[in-house]
Design a protein around this ligand. Structure first.
Ligand code: BGC
Length: 771
């Protein structure tokens, strides 16, 4: 765990240079706008430890799978999000002496991520090897108002000398991915051009043939006046640069404003890329840095107005939750149904930037409550459009007749994960896709989604489960062998309770959805049945039998659901019995030892109790929580939030708060020692859920919002907003009262502490807290 960042409500601050943590800071201080993202790499040269990362949404490379022992069914490739052209680079030299921050003495340093405005700023004073001292300041952002644009204001002031300075802004698409399986570069140069103060590079990805045109235009100012200058132009494969020689006096500040654009062939025809990019860059240049920044900051202000959570009396917690919300909206804005939320977003390479079940199981509720329904719907439609691929995935594994297995990791719908115990066995992911449809409809009331999109997905998923189970003559029940549950510290187990439960639920929900569509729009059902060869009576007959006869392991004596067969025969130690020196166990123990141990990576049985809470009584939840949580090491970032929500529902306020701290500052404090690879974006939605569903107790039942809030003793008050069926509610919880403000015109019924109340439009309600 690290503790080098300053606590502040709206800013992330690093106030002295920590080269040993530089890669962590590069992740934490990342900026993005849903269309592109940029690690907090320096503009100048830096020969120290760094992970260079500039990402363009949706642009990936299928890197040929590398495994020791090939197994039939493995995907051919792993889709990697690509490190794309460096658009931030500005080389600086003083009379030939290059500015390399790793070779300077850093006298002072401050890096600030201003989350309110979405801006990364840096101020520093350095001493060059020659002894000359220079002040540097930089400010940059990826515009949320115009997601093609990034802009940088870069300033240099010699403190104790004058003389020649060369500024060399450049674009460089000759970049690599650190995680390339075979060390190859993924980009080919297509076009370069450079003028006195602008340049363009078009590069194309190998195999996937995406093209990205990156452009720049810059101006230089001295004492607030725009300078006339000439430049030396450089052009080589995938790179362009303009070098400008100037004279600078002691104490004088030179400002370079660099406007950049990234345009990808996902959005613009290849033939038009250059022109489009030129227009984008020229447009940004014309507007100017301040106007661009103002529009960007205004868009952030609007986002914060919708999505902010305020916590009074705990700056670390306030900073933590805002950081999570900020990173989520930097990653996914919901504008484009072809995009999704990679577990590391635009902050690193790991996890390939691809889509995991994380989106449906963790991120969807955040977007449902903080954005209009079309944003969450886009996430569902993304999977609908990949249904064909999910059917192909299942076919590759021997399933047939339209059964779909959604991938564990994907960019296109095709499976990219290549560890057998996950690719073939972690099939519970299919359940999360179905659950998200249910969750979306429960929240929005948009049942019609089933007609156009939802039912087809649910049928294909139900078909998969119907083929994946088998009937055990001995048990006289349907069983599922050879699976991995959400707890990846157990592989190839039989009858994982969570997987069996969600499979049974999927079969039942598919039938319920089918009945809805049959009634609502029988012609639509008929047309679909014809198209996908759905034999209603035969298939649903089988589904009913399986759902009714599914084996669900239970231990009567302990009163718990059994994670999987044989689990209770393990040495049932608790995490408190572990020597702290061996934690996290995944960094200290051999894999076989982890597999044999009782220790649970993340919520498994408890994931099911979280999803289907209303189907169980509190006593059952309590017994399972008390059995499984003490054996859970929470070594997935997705784990603590589920436990916050359940602990809060059980009235375990301290436990809920303890777990909350693990999720909210996971990256800021580098809790799991891995933030240098990138931030844990998808679990950030879990942090939001921890506050709203956990502490706030928000649920939707029978089309109505329910709240049962509590407040951690460490906080004075907290508040959040939720959008619900056209209305916006602001909920504020203090130790004395719960205040709910209905910001919309229409009245809104709410159930608060089990009491139904009606809140008139544009009015508020204040009730005493119940403890
Ligand atoms: C977790 C998975 C998750 C993945 C990406 C893994 O560590 O066990 O549940 O999907 O990370 O976040």
């Amino acid at each position: 765990m690290k503790n080098y960042l300053i606590h502040d409500e709206w800013k992330i601050i690093e106030d002295s240079f920590h080269p040993e943590f530089n890669k962590i800071s590069e992740s934490v201080f990342s900026i993005g706008n849903g269309r592109m993202g940029q690690r907090a790499n320096f503009e100048e040269d830096f020969s120290g430890e760094t992970l260079q990362g500039s990402y363009v949404a949706g642009v990936y490379y299928p890197d040929k799978t590398k495994v020791g022992w090939w197994k039939i069914g493995y995907p051919e490739y792993f889709a990697k999000v690509l490190n794309a052209a460096n658009w931030i680079g500005i080389q600086v030299s003083f009379d030939g002496e290059n500015l390399d921050l790793a070779q300077c003495e850093i006298e002072s340093f401050q890096r600030v991520l201003d989350m309110k405005r979405g801006v990364l700023e840096r101020e520093m004073v350095v001493k060059l090897a020659s002894g000359r001292r220079v002040a540097i300041s930089s400010c940059r952002f990826c515009s949320l108002a115009n997601d093609e644009i990034g802009a940088i204001k870069y300033q240099v002031t010699p403190l104790d000398f004058d003389g020649p300075i060369t500024l060399k802004p450049y674009l460089d698409a000759d970049v690599k991915n650190e995680d390339a399986n075979y060390g190859e570069k993924f980009w080919e140069g297509i076009h370069e051009e450079v003028e006195r103060r602008s340049g363009y590079v078009i590069a194309e990805t190998k195999k996937t043939v995406f093209q990205v045109c990156t452009g720049m235009k810059f101006e230089i100012l001295k004492a607030g006046k725009v300078l006339e200058f000439d430049s030396y132009r450089y052009k080589e494969d995938k790179k362009v640069a303009c070098a400008v020689d100037l004279e600078i006096g002691e104490g004088e500040t030179i400002t370079l404003l660099k406007y950049a654009a990234n345009i990808s062939s996902m959005n613009v025809e290849k033939e038009g890329l250059l022109t489009h990019c030129q227009q984008a860059v020229e447009g940004a240049f014309e507007l100017g840095f301040d106007a661009l920044l103002a529009a960007h900051a205004k868009t952030w202000a609007d986002k914060w107005e919708e999505a902010d959570i305020q916590i009074e009396g705990d700056v670390a917690a306030q900073q933590g939750i805002r950081f999570n919300i900020f990173q989520l909206y930097q990653t996914y804005t919901g504008e484009d149904e072809r995009l999704n939320i990679g577990p590391k977003g635009f902050t690193g390479e790991k996890y390939g930037g691809s889509t995991y079940w994380d989106t449906e199981a963790y991120c969807l509720p955040f977007y449902l409550s903080t954005a209009p329904p079309k944003v969450a719907k886009n996430l569902l439609v993304y999977r609908y459009k990949q249904l064909g691929k999910a059917i192909e995935n299942a076919e590759k594994l021997g399933f047939k007749d339209g059964a779909a297995l959604y991938p564990m990791v994907t960019m296109t719908g095709e499976e990219c994960h290549n560890e057998w115990e996950i690719t073939f066995e972690e099939i519970h992911r299919n359940g999360a896709i179905a659950y998200a449809i249910f969750d979306y409809i429960r929240y929005t009331g948009d049942q019609d989604y089933l007609v156009e999109y939802g039912l087809e997905v649910l049928i294909a998923i139900a078909r998969f489960w119907a083929q994946r189970v088998h009937f055990s003559a001995r048990k006289q029940q349907y069983v599922m062998h050879g699976v991995t549950g959400p707890n990846e510290y157990e592989n190839n187990v039989n009858n994982n309770w969570y997987t069996n439960y969600i499979a049974k639920w999927c079969l039942e929900y598919a039938m319920e959805a089918m009945n809805f569509v049959k009634e609502k729009d029988p012609a639509a059902l008929e047309a679909m049945a014809e198209r996908i060869k759905f034999y209603e009576y035969t298939e649903t007959g089988q589904w009913k039998k399986i759902a009714a006869g599914m084996y669900l392991g239970t231990d009567e004596a302990l009163g718990i659901f059994v994670q999987h067969e044989g689990f209770l025969d393990k040495d049932l130690q608790k995490v408190e019995d572990l020597d702290p020196a061996v934690r996290p166990i995944n960094q200290h123990w051999s894999w076989d030892r982890i597999l044999r141990s009782v220790f649970i990576k993340q919520a498994d049985v408890l994931q099911g109790l979280y999803f289907f809470e209303d189907q169980f009584n509190m006593e059952t939840i309590r017994r399972n929580f008390d059995f499984y949580e003490p054996r859970t090491v929470h070594e997935s970032s997705l784990s603590p939030c589920v436990h916050v929500i359940l602990a809060a529902a059980l009235g375990r306020e301290e436990k809920a708060y303890e777990m909350y701290l693990r999720t909210s500052r996971l990256d800021l404090d580098d809790y799991n020692n891995d933030t240098e690879d990138g931030c844990h974006i998808t679990s950030m939605a879990g942090t939001w859920m921890s506050v709203v569903k956990g502490f706030g107790g928000l649920r939707v039942r029978d089309g109505e919002l329910h709240l049962r809030p509590f407040i951690p003793s460490q906080w004075k008050a907290y508040s959040f907003k939720v959008q619900f069926r056209g209305a916006v509610l602001k909920v504020k919880v203090s130790h004395a009262t719960v205040d709910i403000e209905n910001l919309s015109a229409e009245p809104m019924p709410v159930t608060l502490f089990d009491q139904s109340v009606n809140i008139d439009g544009k009015s508020s309600l204040s009730e005493a807290m119940v403890s």
